[in-house]
Design a protein around this ligand. Structure first.
Ligand code: ADP
Ligand code: ELE
Length: 301
């Protein structure tokens, strides 16, 4: 993964995060944006590396605020498209002993149209870069646009881009479990690197242990599979480096939102700089352990 450019693809929403005293703070977040944001922080000071975000927003003032936020964060928004008459989606974090769940208002968000135009995707995906998308990115699209996205990623991969897929399974965003499994497996079959989380794979695919998840995605063609697992032992396998079981030092989570997304950023940016499998896993674990000890998805560490 020794390339200097990361582009993530998905939906950034308005986030309402509980402050612990009955009030909410408003931020911008979304799984793929969270990974881009943390990746940019991990690469701070390394001017020859760049991080971009591909999404669709409206033309209203809250959409403009999100673009300003990207710009202040140093995340390149060249491939953000603008859809008049639509705006950002919104989600609220709900906490139960530090474990997050979400309520969504995103049915007509602009981001649902991010894969409408195959030629825009081809332009954005060209060149030597890492392209990261997620199961949430796919879930919010129509079936036709899901196929547009997967086809464009496959074309880019054939030209040398590296495709990274985090399944981030949100059953509520999908039509039904069979359709979810079908699209996740289709998307996995064009991915070089898979970054699933075990509890979601267990629920959706019935995997008994992280090794089963790794094997399933390896058999679909990934050369690397990292099976995140909350506070528990995770399993990672990479062609040529073998398998590793490794446990994070447990911390008490305040808000587990973006644990997986920040792990992805730590892992990917370490790999971009030449880290081996274990070093990159440790970078991901270290970042995500800090993130879960703070409220909201994006934490200025
Ligand atoms: N309580 C915790 N203590 C230490 N590390 C944690 C904890 N919760 C999450 N992490 C770290 O974050 C990673 C991703 O967490 P996980 O819950 O699997 O992802 P997701 O947010 O996608 O569900 C874990 O593999 C681990 O490294
Ligand atoms: O649910 C969505 O659509 C979002 O993008 C909101 C959250 O910011 C991410 O889901 C957090 O993802 P985790 O790293 O798995 O906690």
């Amino acid at each position: 993964m020794k390339t200097k450019r990361l582009l993530t693809i998905g939906e950034c929403m308005v986030e309402m995060a509980p402050d612990g005293h009955g009030k909410y703070s408003m931020n911008f977040a979304g799984d793929t944006l969270n990974t881009a944001w943390y990746a940019k922080r991990c690469l701070a000071g390394l001017d020859d590396y760049s991080v971009g975000y591909l999404t669709a927003v409206g033309t209203d003032s809250i959409s403009q605020k999100m673009l300003d936020f990207l710009s202040e964060s140093g995340v390149d928004s060249t491939y953000v498209s603008h859809t008049p008459d639509r705006t950002l989606g919104l989600y609220m974090i709900q906490l139960d002993n530090g474990e997050r769940s979400f309520a969504y208002w995103r049915d007509t968000s602009a981001a649902k149209l991010l894969a409408a135009d195959p030629s825009t995707l081809d332009t954005a995906f060209s060149g030597d870069q890492i392209l990261l998308f997620s199961g949430i990115t796919l879930a919010i699209l129509s079936p036709e646009h899901r196929q547009n996205l997967i086809d464009a990623l496959a074309r880019a991969r054939a030209q040398g881009a590296q495709v990274v897929f985090d399944t981030n399974i949100r059953p509520r965003l999908w039509e039904n479990p069979n359709i979810t499994k079908e699209w996740l497996s289709k998307a996995a079959s064009i991915a070089d690197v898979m970054l699933p989380s075990f509890d979601e794979e267990e629920d959706m695919f019935g995997d008994a242990k992280p090794q089963d998840t790794a094997l399933r995605y390896r058999d679909l063609g990934a050369h690397t599979v990292i099976v995140k697992n909350g506070a528990h032992e995770m399993y990672a396998w990479s062609q040529g480096e073998g398998g590793i079981s490794i446990s994070p030092d447990p911390v008490t989570p305040v808000d587990s939102t973006a644990a997986g997304d920040s792990f992805n950023a730590g892992y990917i940016t370490a790999r971009m700089q030449g880290a081996n499998l274990e070093e990159a896993l440790r970078a991901g674990m270290m970042l995500s352990a800090q993130v879960v000890q703070h409220r909201g998805a994006l934490v200025a560490l």
